[in-house]
Design a protein around this ligand. Structure first.
Ligand code: GAP
Length: 515
């Protein structure tokens, strides 16, 4: 566990040191759970967003995009259920005065049981080698079975208590499990209470006429209220989707774990409108399609798992999370929900406007059902960044820190380095940069010994270093060094574009999805 915590601390400090993420308004000591994306972070984030957008919108002829406003008519949030039910159960520790999410305390406890089971499974897999059958071991080894069954029964009880609004039982569970304040160890808890997560604001200049508004807590409602506008103006035929990326705001009670749980974050959501009765087919389609999108980035199949919800929200008839193995354990990365016709019907009722689709094949009107995919951009960022950060021991006994980002997402694709700052080498390097910058984000660096510059680019996650040396003057060749293998090839300057393109082109990566 200590090792995992160290790894996570490294992630946070590396993100700051190499210009990926800074605490917001740091000169004023920051703002809790709000972060700024720095010069490299903004590029990585943009690339993740683009990779999502292209795979969803460009690659699906029946999905179109939208950019709805953050501020929406307040009735939106009444209709969606957020005003009445967008609550988290909170609990305070009477000694430390710290506030926690009761469900997160219990989930963390359950995750520890899961990790214990995983440890046993891993040990057994080493012991049995090729012959190891994980599924059989999970269902026959008494210790693993005990851990997993305890975990499942805790989560099931919590799900039921929260679903029934039985907050006293949530507290009872915390006490029975002897869960302590993670920071102080105190078990002196208050009752569990509900807390609405929406941020309020005001529209209008004068205090008496100002209208109370909310900052949107999800982007999805912007899609629902525009359903008919898009359908009619785009002549969309069911099944079709509307995709959107953008900021969402939640006054999270416990905001920790860096950019995993923020108060201002970005979502990438898609609502897929289908014929009632066909939603389960599309739900399965989107579960597979979205998992394949994640897998295409090459962060390792074992880092993902589905968590099918036992207890469904009142509007859903199926729901699953894609969980990722973050440095603090498996946690939700993306949600895929079959939301029935709940949202469109609710907006119809509250707005008194018909939000139905006329199906020309069936010659009738109906309210479409919706399958939603919703992934947090910041959580995607964290999954990619944390998994890519490696400390490697080299053959000569030294170590290097390398950020093995999927090259398609790397902020800078190549760094161009003149071996020395003289003899015309910088001029050649700058000319290479001037040629390549039309196609890629490239950087130029002439400071320090070339070995140190390689290390810096490794830590920044740059897939290629191009070194201009004295031979370059003779024969217009350079060396190209590959970040992951550190292998260097001598190549013609005129071939550089093609070599880089073949590695980083979004098209090549998108073509891998589902293969
Ligand atoms: N429209 C559905 C919806 O908003 P959600 O599970 O509340 O569902 C979807 O959020 C995704 O948004 C999550 O899977 C997560 O990746 C991301 N997310 C939610 N709250 C977040 C927060 N406070 N900070 C960062 N990401 C968050």
């Amino acid at each position: 566990m200590a090792k995992q915590e160290d790894l996570f601390k490294n992630v946070v400090s590396h993100a700051k040191e190499y210009g990926y993420i800074f605490p917001s308004s740091e000169i004023y000591d920051g703002l809790s759970a709000v972060y700024d994306y720095a010069q490299n972070g903004v590029e990585l984030k943009k690339n993740i967003r683009e990779y999502w957008w292209k795979s969803m919108v460009q690659m699906h002829e029946n999905i179109v995009g939208l950019d709805a406003s953050i501020l929406m008519h307040p009735t939106t949030w009444k209709a969606s259920g957020h005003v009445d039910a967008f609550n988290d159960p909170l609990i305070d520790n009477k000694d430390s005065k710290k506030r926690y999410r009761a469900d997160v305390l219990i989930e963390d406890y359950a995750e520890k049981l899961n990790q214990k089971a995983e440890k046993e499974i891993e040990k057994a897999s080493v012991r049995f080698g090729e012959a190891f059958n994980r599924a059989e071991y999970e269902t026959t080894n008494p210790r693993v079975m005990e851990y997993l069954s305890k975990k499942n029964s805790i989560l099931a009880r919590m799900g039921k208590s929260l679903g029934d609004g039985d907050l006293a039982d949530v507290k009872a569970l915390i006490e029975e499990l002897e869960i302590a304040d993670p920071e102080t160890g105190s078990k002196n808890w208050t009752e569990v209470k509900q807390f609405n997560l929406m941020f309020g604001t005001k529209l209008g200049a004068s205090a008496d006429t100002a209208m109370d508004l909310y900052l949107r807590p999800e982007t999805a409602q912007g899609i629902f209220v525009n359903f008919l506008n898009v359908q009619k103006s785009g002549r969309m035929k069911i099944p079709f989707g509307i995709a959107q990326t953008g900021k969402a705001f939640r006054n999270e009670i416990v905001a920790r774990q860096f950019i995993f749980r923020m108060r201002e974050f970005e979502q990438m959501e898609m609502q897929f409108f289908v014929k009632p009765g066909e939603e389960m087919k599309w739900y399965e389609y989107w579960k597979t399609t979205r998992l394949n999108w994640h897998l295409s980035l090459g962060l390792g199949e074992k880092n993902y798992r589905f968590h099918d919800h036992d207890k469904l929200a009142h509007y859903a008839n199926a729901a699953a999370d894609i969980e990722f193995n973050f440095p603090f354990g498996f946690k939700e990365l993306e949600g895929i929900h079959s939301r029935t016709d709940f949202d469109l019907k609710a907006h119809e009722e509250f707005s008194n406007k018909k939000l139905q689709y006329f199906d020309t094949e069936e010659n009738k009107n109906y309210t479409p059902y919706v399958v939603e995919t919703s992934v947090g951009l910041d959580r995607m960022f964290l999954s990619v960044f944390a998994t890519s950060l490696k400390e490697e021991e080299l053959e000569d006994g030294s170590t290097r820190t390398v950020l093995k980002l999927p090259s398609v997402l790397a902020p800078t694709k190549a760094a161009i380095l003149p071996l020395v700052k003289k003899d015309g080498l910088p001029d050649i390097a700058k000319q290479i940069m001037a040629d390549l910058k039309w196609d890629f984000n490239v950087a130029y660096d002439e400071k320090d010994a070339v070995g140190r510059r390689y290390r810096r680019q490794d830590a920044l996650g740059t897939p290629f270093c191009i070194t201009v040396d004295h031979q370059s003057i003779e024969d217009q060749t350079v060396t190209i060094r590959h970040r992951d293998t550190m292998k260097q090839d001598r190549v013609a300057i005129t071939d550089l574009r093609e070599i880089i393109e073949s590695e980083v082109s979004m098209k090549n990566w998108l073509m891998k999805i589902g293969k």
